[in-house]
Design a protein around this ligand. Structure first.
Ligand code: AMP
Ligand code: ZN
Ligand code: FE
Ligand code: FE
Length: 281
């Protein structure tokens, strides 16, 4: 079973990379991608936890923004982790997430809700990428909402009055960087419309032109109709079709391996990297 999109507590998942690797093996996954938001800092622990029977695909889910302000997530897999410009771009995004969080907190405080940056940082593991889910957890701890999900539905969604974006590269630039670093680029949940506005056909065209390798089609946030239109697009442009769980531990309902990628699609994707970088022992 091949699951190409998962998170740990190095971003907004709740499992450590070791727990993720162990749970993936228990779930019958044979190829697992680690794709924390805007960071590669969980890679070493995941490699250390690896056992025979599991192949590890190291990557990151890169937060991107189009010129018209739409949020797009690009999965970069199998890239060279010493590629300076890519690593600097991820660092820049992570740094910017702190100032952005302070702005969101200010807006929430102005609405009369007591929450501080310290409350939010208490929810973050050392070295992890800060995100709205950590704010959600802090709001749960304060008793403002009952769950992460309620926090997003009532307060933290992309069209909320509290929403503030953070610096992110354009999806085109992120794809070019991933490719320059020898990796492969897959657009994550492109049609997840309940999260906010999604990209237009024109923007999709420009993303494909930048060297996109694959489209994540089988994902919990896509409707059957959305999957059909994405399959047609993948066929038209000869893009790899992936499926994945986007597992976040207890942070989301998504279950490891709930959607998977079929082996021949994975082989096609892996062959597009400039070196064999799948890790196994
Ligand atoms: P940010 O990166 O700070 O913009 O926050 C976006 C993250 O919030 C994404 O990784 C999503 O996985 C997560 N997220 C979005 N909606 C929800 C939800 N309803 N419940 C839990 N996590 C969510
Ligand atoms: Zn996430
Ligand atoms: Fe995502
Ligand atoms: Fe994700």
């Amino acid at each position: 079973m091949i699951d190409l999109h998962t998170h740990t507590n190095f971003s907004d998942g709740t499992d450590t990379p070791t727990e993720l690797v162990n749970k993936a093996m228990a779930a019958g996954i044979t190829t697992l991608a680690l794709t924390d938001h805007d960071t590669i800092s969980g890679w070493d622990e995941a490699i250390g936890a690896l056992r025979p029977g599991l192949s590890l695909v190291l990557g990151a889910e890169i937060s991107c923004q189009t010129t018209d302000g739409i949020s797009v997530h690009i999965l970069g897999l199998l890239f060279d982790p010493t590629h300076n410009e890519l690593i600097k771009t991820l660092e820049n995004t992570r740094d910017n997430r702190h100032g952005r969080m302070e702005k969101i907190i200010r807006r929430i405080n102005e609405a009369g809700i007591d929450i501080s940056m310290a409350d939010v940082l208490e929810q973050l593991s050392d070295g992890a990428t800060l995100g709205r889910p950590h704010l959600a957890d802090a709001l749960v701890k304060k008793g403002v909402v009952a769950s992460r999900d309620e926090a997003f539905t009532k307060m933290l969604h992309n069209s909320s009055k509290y929403y503030v974006p953070h610096y992110s590269p354009s999806p085109e630039d992120a794809i070019k960087l991933i490719k320059a670093a020898g990796g492969v680029a897959v657009i994550a949940h492109p049609m997840a419309s309940h999260r906010g506005r999604v990209i237009s056909v024109e923007t999709f065209g420009s993303i494909i032109q930048s060297g996109l390798d694959g489209i994540e089609i089988d994902h919990r946030d896509h409707t059957p109709d959305e999957k059909v239109s994405l399959i047609n697009l993948a066929r038209e442009f000869d893009l790899v079709m992936t499926g994945s769980s986007d597992y976040h531990g207890n942070g989301k309902l998504n279950i490891l391996g709930e959607y998977t990628t079929i082996p021949d699609q994975w082989e096609k994707l892996e062959s597009k990297a400039n070196a064999r970088r799948v890790v196994s022992i």
